[in-house]
Design a protein around this ligand. Sequence first.
Ligand code: NAD
Length: 358
Amino acid sequence: MAYTIAVLGGDGIGPEVTAEAVKALSAVKPTLQFSDALVGGAAYDETGNPLPDDTLALCKKSDAIIFGAVGGPRYDHIQPPSLRPETGALLRLRQELNLFANVRPAITWKPLLHASPLKGDRGRVDLVVVRELTGGIYFGKPSERRDNGTTAVDTCIYSKAEIERIAKVALKVARTRKHEIVSVDKANVLETSRLWRETIDEIAAANQDVKFSHLLIDNCAMQLVRDPAQFDVILTENMFGDILSDEASMITGSLGLLPSASLGGDSDEPEFGLYEPVHGSAPDIAGQGRANPIAAILSAAMLLRYSLKDDKAAERIELAVEHVLEAGLRTADIFEKNSKLVTTKELGDAVAFKLMSP
Ligand code: NAD
C-alpha cells in the first residue's frame, strides 16, 4: 500500500530535523509518499494563518504526520494570541485531529549513558509515558474571574470513556514491550483520580495478559529519580503526564534525542498520529547545521510502529541510530572528547547510509 505522509517542518530547526527524518523513512520504505505543507510562523508569514486550510486538509487525508517544531521570538507577540504558532497551529491540530494520546518514550542510549544527570547505571531508562492529552484540568472550565484577585479556580474533569480510551492505547504499547503498566493518579485526594483508578481496575480485570499496578503521582515522581529502570509503561492523566514525561526525558540527558507521538483520529484505537521531536524550534541554533536530528528520526520510527504497523522497519531505524552513536558521531549538543563532531545533515546521512547498507 502506498502511504502518504504529511511533512510539516515549521520554524527554526524544524525543517532541518524533519528533512533527516524523511531521509530515514525513505531509506527504510522507498514507497512512502511525502507531501510538504506550511505550518507555524512560516505559514503565518506567508498566509496570515499558522495553520492554513490547505495544510489542515492535507493532514486529514494523509496516513500520518511528521511535524518539526513551531514558534520563535518573532511570533511571540502576534495578536490575537490564537494566531501564535503554538496555539494556532499545534494546539489546533491536536484538537482538529482529536489527538488524545501522547506517547513519549524515554531511552538512555548506551553510548550516551554518561549524559544522564543520574550517576552511572542509575540513569539507565527505557520507558514510555502514555499521557491523556485532551482532558483533565488543562481543558476544564477555568475560573472566569479571580475573587478580589486572591482566589482562582480550575476544574479537572474526566469521563470514564476518556479514561478507557487512553488505557487502551497504553495496553497496545505495553503489548509491544514487557506487558506491564503502572497507572499513576492521586486517588487518595482527587475524585477524578478515584474514577481513574476504578476504571483502570476494570480494564486490568478484562486484560489479564498485562500486569497493572497503581502508584500515586508524588511517589512516582520520586521513584523515577530513585530507580527509573523499574518502569516500563507509565499511564497517566494530562497534567501528571506533562510533568512525569519531562522528568523522565531529562534522565536521558539531551532534549535532542526524544521523540513523541500524538495519536488519535476518529477511532478509539488510534492508528493516525502526529510524530514530532519533544524539543522546540531552537531559534538559537537554527540554520547552523547544529541541531541534533535524532529525536525527529526516532519520531519517524514511531510513525512506522504506530501508524504503519511496521515494527521491523521501526527497529531498523532505532538500530541505525544506535550504530551511528556507537561509531562516535555526535552533534554539538551531545559532543564529548574523542567523538566526531558532525552536522545535522551528516548525522542524518550516516543513519540513512546504515539503513541502506546490506
Ligand atoms: P527548545 O526546545 O526550542 O530549545 C531549548 C534548548 O535546547 C535550546 O538551547 C536549543 O538550542 C536546544 N535544543 C532543542 N532542540 C535541540 C536539538 N534537536 N539539537 C540540539 N539542541 C537542541 O525550547 P525553547 O527555546 O523554550 O523554545 C523555542 C521556541 O520553540 C519557542 O517559540 C517555543 O514556544 C517553541 N516550542 C515549540 C514546540 C513545538 O513545536 N512542539 C515545543 C517546545 C517549544
